[in-house]
Design a protein around this ligand. Sequence first.
Ligand code: NAD
Length: 483
Amino acid sequence: MSLTRLANLIDGRLEPPRDGHWLDVYEPATGAVFAQCPDSTADDVAAAIAAARRAAPGWAATPADMRSRLLHRLADLVEARLDDFAALESCDSGKPVALARSLDIPRAVSNLRYFAAAVVPWSSQSHAMELGAINYTLRHPLGVVACISPWNLPLYLFTWKIAPALAAGNAVVAKPSEITPCTAALLGELSIEAGFPPGVLNIVQGRGPAVGLPLVAHPDVKAVSFTGSTRTGETIAAATAGQFKKVSLEMGGKNPAIVFADADLTDANLDTIVRSGFANQGEICLCGSRLLVQRSIYDTFRERYLARVTALRVGDPKTADTDLGALVSQAHFDKVIDCIGQARAEGGHVLCGGGAVQLDGRCANGWYVAPTVVEGLAPEASTNQQEIFGPVVSLIPFDDDAQAIAIANGTGYGLAASLWTSDLSRAHRVGAALDFGIVWINCWLLRDLRTPFGGTKQSGLGREGGEEALHFFTEPKNICIRY
Ligand code: NAD
């Protein structure tokens, strides 16, 4: 059987990898190879950076209105093929096709449209001085920038980076995850149809050390926007430090969801709390994997929560009523199963799930894990400290605000927290005391693209979203005129 072979996008052309090597791309639902992606090398990266360098001055000089129109055109083309993109994203990542259709692909379209719209009225500052001078700030695009994205929300996070970079007038060399390369490859094809000038958007597929590292370390690359694991973030920070280039790092998390006794636990809110742990098989950086519950309601809450979790359906991602599809790879499946074993080994009591799910038919060899809830582990236990990034939630009781805050803040991460309470004062007080970049109160994953997005501590450096992203992808220059 001949497999679909994806291409790199370099200088406006779709190209095979220069040294002719390919990587297998697996369908997690079946465990079978369904495509091949370029196993690119530093030569492909160098060609893409050279193309981006040639394109950068012309793109920077293109009026914002025209850049905006091209981004809108690309958004139109993606939207027109919503079903194709959703099917491909699901096939590549194992996520339910219904989730890709309702969340991932519409959000990718929104990312493109948001920055296409935001850049047109964008203005810079001016500061008048009484003594007879005026300062004004120019914001220049940086030139060539690198955008590196992970596998969990493939097109969603890929567009979250390239859209502001392109809108602000930079030429981009982007690297999607080698585990989920397909929708970025299709987007690359559509960017040609949309009419982007050659070299403005380049996409180099392949592995992190072979493609990502030479890309971030290249002296012609002026900024790196990265989303992925904390370990890779460290490698990128070290590789770029000597060149003092701009770096934005969005990394791992160990997020708490905190339920106070006074929370309004309607069925809808409980459904959101369940979703906040298990959406996309728990493979969302914002999922709450530590569920802190005030002791006075712990037993009743646990009963209602478990009833919902055990009702979640693990199944073929193509089936409409599937809640959890497959984990993204054999390696990640093995890691999550090991983490559940570790939870047991350190004394955790598994309340539901606790292992692989064996499906049949076409899914017999897929990588499925049952939604798993554990309790009885101290906040310091490794299950409550290390990112698992799978369908595993740990229940932790607490007594009062101070203890909830201490437990929530007591890991090395600081990406997102959610808290559930009917007491407005408590919401503000606890929200302010949580050491996280994002705090949701009585909601989860409610995203306004204008807001700053990112984490503290080992979860992140810098912020994405809205004005923050446009600032990151431009260099301010102050001009002072005396009159
Ligand atoms: P990863 O770090 O393994 O890979 C991310 C990207 O970096 C991939 O494209 C990969 O090929 C590339 N890469 C790997 N090694 C590299 C190197 N040495 N130099 C340059 N690039 C390299 O992460 P992953 O497993 O794909 O994604 C899961 C992780 O991403 C989780 O930790 C999750 O929390 C995190 N994540 C964070 C956010 C956020 O916004 N903070 C969002 C989504 C995912």
